[in-house]
Write a protein of this length. Structure first.
Length: 285
């Protein structure tokens, strides 16, 4: 066996399609999934944390906003290598979890058809069944591009973080538009306090999104101001006009919500830094 030392970070955007499912999904995450995960990857994962999603701001639905949490890992190796395929225990991954997150149609029939899914099948579901894709994005361990706000510290106050991934109909023209038009626009917006971005690795789990972006604001009001202005100031690019199915929105972000753009709103604080804080699922008394 041979393993490549490859430090990288991964992000999972977790949705909750109905409030009826939020407590069920949280119970599975903390009661089953955290110990399942830690038991497997402790030797080669140095950080594993959950960040709770903030409420969706007005207009946020157009950006494929996920409503449960962001899951963050920092890896020392690529755990998707063939050498890692044999595990003593399989993950506990009931198909209901897919339903709660919107990866399967919200029906009993869909659950019955997917009764024996593995964890890896879970992470590759959605996107080809009419449902949004499961977003599992691997990126360099540190940000590749720093567009605005270098030098900001924790003393500058709390941050309202908008984190999202982009999938262009054409990677070449989309990337050019990002650097020539989108990046300068947000660099110049006074509401934006921090702006970072990285390209997404395609060779780890086959993630088809091209770019991870993080923009910070003072709060949701400032986000709304910047986005309302973007709707007026950013003209529909040619790549969007040429791909109406992938880019059906006439205004920014132009891309198809939940398929071409997926994001989440977060604070700075991890609800659970699982590798150091998790001690079991202790219930309220």
């Amino acid at each position: 066996m041979s393993f490549e030392f490859r430090p990288m970070r991964s992000l999972i955007f977790v949705d909750c399609v109905r409030e009826e499912y939020r407590h069920r999904l949280q119970h599975w995450l903390y009661n089953t999934h955290i110990p399942d995960s830690i038991s497997k990857f402790t030797p080669y994962c140095v950080k594993y944390a959950f960040y709770n999603a903030l409420p969706v701001p007005p207009g946020g639905e157009r950006f494929g906003t996920r409503r449960m949490q962001m899951t963050e890992h920092y890896w020392l190796i690529n755990e998707m290598l063939p050498e890692m395929r044999n595990n003593a225990f399989g993950e506990v991954m009931p198909p209901e979890v897919l339903r709660w997150q919107g990866m399967l149609p919200d029906s009993d029939e869909a659950i019955a058809q997917m009764a024996n899914m593995t964890g890896e099948e879970h992470r590759s579901s959605g996107g080809d069944n009419g449902c949004p894709p499961f977003v599992f994005a691997h990126v360099p361990i540190n940000w590749e591009e720093d567009f605005k706000g270098a030098g900001r510290t924790v003393k500058d106050g709390p941050n309202y973080r908008w984190q999202f991934v982009l999938r262009w109909p054409c990677e070449k023209t989309g990337e050019k538009w990002f650097h020539d038009v989108m990046a300068p626009y947000f660099q110049n917006r006074p509401e934006v306090t921090r702006f970072l971005s990285s390209r997404i690795y395609h060779d780890v789990v086959g993630c088809q999104f091209h770019r991870l972006v993080e923009l910070w604001f003072e709060g949701p009001d400032e986000w709304c101001t910047a986005i309302e202005a973007a709707k007026q100031e950013l003209a529909q690019p040619e790549w969007a006009k040429e791909a109406p199915e992938a880019a059906p929105q006439a205004q920014f972000p132009f891309l198809k919500s939940n398929f071409g753009i997926v994001g989440i709103f977060l604070t700075d604080y991890a609800a659970s830094d699982n590798m150091t804080q998790f001690r079991g699922n202790f219930t309220m008394r």
